[in-house]
Design a protein around this ligand. Structure first.
Ligand SMILES: *Cc1c(COP(=O)(O)O)cnc(C)c1O
Length: 407
């Protein structure tokens, strides 16, 4: 780089009078997406010693047998060097078998399964592969924060379909009205973070019919597929008529097996879509998480009892935290899935979730996330605050007893 270039990056005046220095370093596509709220709130939790119910990660690790499988892979020298680009064959087969076991979907592990660095990379690669600048992407708002960034990095435009309290169900007439000739892709998320909404079979059918009618692609983030409560079942939209050839299904081991640090995710899709997503993915990370891929292959084969136990445990924790928050005076939207409960702070006499969350560690020793960060229309999310319940029972009990002092 020229001396001039080095000066610019360091923010010092350059010899030509510094005219170039006024250009912001972060490109305009990512404007406003500077730092995630999770970094700010987790730092606040550390600084104040507050209980962190902000970021969605479990405070206990997943099954010992799965952890041991990772150790074995490391020791046996499996995955310590670059694994194959699409993922190790054992894991791709296990993902295909999982889709068949739970959903009756038959996939070719060689052409229809792609292993990624978590669902996060799967989302990024899918957007970068399938979108052209100017394409429109319709996504439920509030949205998981990486959606906005990835759609922006692809140069596409996000079109929010706002989910409204109290049910946070999508208005499907509104969805229809938002489809234009520029619409390329529907970005779904069920079970939905942060609201805990789970699409019903009827809603999925209507969405599928719209996708077929308008020839749209669908990307569906199903990382909470095994965390659906109250006896309801997760149905992948890819299993509906006409959807298989237009859908990229995205999931991950992080939430299902309580190893969020391993970053093993995957896509399942037709050979054509898989090949497109792989083209983008290979220039992002190329490969990742070698030994963990073998461990996740074993995890996916855990018996029914594991999945049932995980769901029952999280459902009990949902109930514990939801009831505690109600007693503490919050309006509570009890989720039908995921790690999270969304609350309304207006019954507590507050209406600005940002201010509420910034003062909560001081006032009650608990960290939560303002849902407004997940909205383009921040005012629509202002009174909502999200708490994570993927924590130990004693931690949740302590958090509840602290929050009750707010009233
Ligand atoms: C946690 C989460 C992800 C990220 O999954 P990783 O496998 O950790 O990359 C993606 N989507 C949603 C909705 C999530 O909550």
């Amino acid at each position: 780089m020229s001396q001039d270039g080095a000066c610019k990056l360091n923010g010092y005046p350059s010899e030509n009078g510094g005219a170039m220095n006024t250009r912001p370093l972060l490109n305009r596509r990512l404007d406003g997406l500077g730092t995630t709220i999770f970094a700010e709130m987790s730092a606040l939790a550390t600084a104040t010693g507050a209980i962190n119910l902000g970021q969605g990660f479990p405070d206990t690790d997943g099954p010992e047998s799965v952890r041991e499988a990772a150790v074995r892979a490391l020791r046996d020298g499996r995955g310590n060097q670059y694994p194959p680009g699409p993922g190790v064959p054992e894991l791709r087969q296990a993902i295909a078998d999982h889709q068949h076991r739970f959903y009756g979907l038959s996939l070719d592990p060689d052409t229809e399964v792609l292993v990624t660095a978590g669902a996060t990379e799967a989302i990024a690669a899918t957007m970068l592969a399938l979108l052209e600048p100017g394409d429109e992407v319709i996504a439920f708002e509030p949205f998981y924060d990486s959606y906005a960034a990835c759609v922006a990095m692809a140069g596409a435009k996000r079109v929010p379909l706002t989910l409204r309290a109290p049910s946070f169900r999508p208005d499907l007439d509104e969805l229809r009205s938002k489809i234009t000739p520029r619409t390329r892709l529907l970005l779904l998320n069920t079970p939905h973070n942060p609201t805990g909404m789970v699409l019903t079979p009827d809603e999925q059918s209507t969405i599928a019919a719209l996708a077929v009618e308008h020839d749209l692609l669908v990307a569906t983030d199903e990382v909470y597929e095994h965390l659906v409560f109250d006896g309801a079942a997760h149905v992948p939209i890819a299993s509906l008529p006409g959807m298989r050839e237009r859908t990229v299904s995205i999931s991950s081991a992080g939430k299902t097996f309580s190893f969020t640090g391993w970053k093993v995710g995957w896509t399942t899709a037709s050979p054509e879509l898989t090949s497109a997503v792989r083209s983008a993915k290979q220039y992002l990370t190329y490969v990742s998480s070698g030994p963990f891929q073998y461990a996740v292959a074993e995890a996916l084969r855990l018996p029914e009892a594991y999945y049932d136990g995980l769901r029952a445990d999280l459902q009990a924790k949902r109930d514990l935290l939801s009831e505690g928050l109600e007693e503490a005076g919050f309006g509570v939207y009890r989720p039908r899935g995921t790690y999270f409960v969304t609350t309304d702070i207006r019954p507590l006499g507050a209406d600005d979730g940002f201010a509420f969350c910034r003062s909560l560690p001081e006032r009650a020793g608990v960290v939560a996330i303002p849902n407004a960060v997940f909205y383009d229309h921040r005012e629509a999310g202002a009174p909502f605050v999200r708490f994570a319940f993927c924590k130990r029972t004693d931690v949740l009990e302590e958090a509840v007893s602290r929050l009750k002092r707010l009233g």
